[in-house]
Design a protein around this ligand. Structure first.
Ligand SMILES: O=P(O)(O)OC[C@H]1O[C@H](O[C@H]2O[C@H](CO)[C@@H](O)[C@H](O)[C@H]2O)[C@H](O)[C@@H](O)[C@@H]1O
Length: 250
């Protein structure tokens, strides 16, 4: 989504997290896990896993991780402990009962991966992640060529019909389809989430759809990171503050 003139820069931290009737929707990178140089550098963390397990029990399952990563990668990092997951920005949905639904991959993805790999071969430090439903060009390792990476992703998107999803030092070409916001809506129509008040925590542009959905559905968003224009109403400084807030839930 685009950030509109209705959005503002939240600075207030949320009050203590009250779990009664809440449903938690949690982004992974930049929210539950600090940003690392490479995607594969993000490893399981016993404290994070314990916090999630504790919350899931107390929320009777009303907790979902909503991430741009693949399902397999989310399960690797969270040690397979979170059943309800939206992966690849909402293109894959696994319900609390373990049932998985996913959008059909766009036929031009192999072409897009090949084009991005050709570009990355000329830019040491860049990395292409093939997520089957989306192709991701990472330029954290070569930030001075970020503008060229963004332009190349736009060029390949125009050629293939893939949708552009900009992110934190990343340009993603995704199969057009459901967003993180749509996944919040889908979860809330299912047990055990139905009737609960959604709270969405996230840090990146792709989380804006989640913030907007939470707000539309009677809840709120919490931006994790520095203040910026956003659809979230509240803000926590960083991953450490987000984990501490979750850990102190009542
Ligand atoms: O929706 P998220 O859970 O925030 O996932 C978004 C992307 O996260 C990963 O990339 C980001 O984190 C990496 C590790 O910290 C970092 O190196 C990279 O620069 C960030 O963009 C993941 O690799 C992507 O596939 C996700 O879309």
């Amino acid at each position: 989504m685009t950030v509109t003139e209705l959005d503002f820069r939240p600075n207030a931290p949320p009050g203590p997290l009250a779990l009664a009737n809440a449903a938690l929707f949690l982004d992974l990178d930049g929210t539950l896990a600090p940003i690392a140089a490479l995607p594969q550098d993000v490893a399981p963390d016993p404290r994070r896993t314990a916090i999630l397990e504790n919350l899931m029990g107390r929320l009777e399952g009303r907790l979902a991780v909503v991430s741009g990563r693949t399902l397999a990668d989310i399960d690797r990092i969270l040690e397979g402990r979170v059943p309800a997951v939206a992966a690849v920005h909402g293109l894959v949905l696994r319900g609390a009962d373990g049932a998985v639904t996913q959008t059909e991959p766009h036929p031009a993805l192999p072409q897009a991966v090949a084009a991005l790999r050709l570009f990355a071969a000329d830019h040491p430090g860049m990395l292409v992640e093939d997520k089957l439903l989306s192709a991701t060009l990472h330029y954290r390792g070569d930030p001075e060529h970020g503008q060229a990476a963004r332009a190349e992703a736009e060029r390949v998107a125009a050629l293939t019909g893939l949708a552009v999803q900009p992110g934190d030092m990343v340009m993603e070409l995704r199969t057009p389809g459901p967003t993180k916001g749509d996944s919040v809506e889908a979860f809330l129509a299912l047990a055990p989430f139905n009737g609960a008040t959604p709270i969405f925590l996230g840090d990146d542009l792709t989380d804006e759809d989640g913030f907007a959905a939470a707000r539309r559905l009677g809840g709120f968003g919490v931006l994790v990171g520095p203040a910026r224009p956003t659809a979230a109403q509240l803000r926590l400084d960083d991953v450490a503050a987000a984990l501490a807030w979750l850990e102190a839930a009542r």
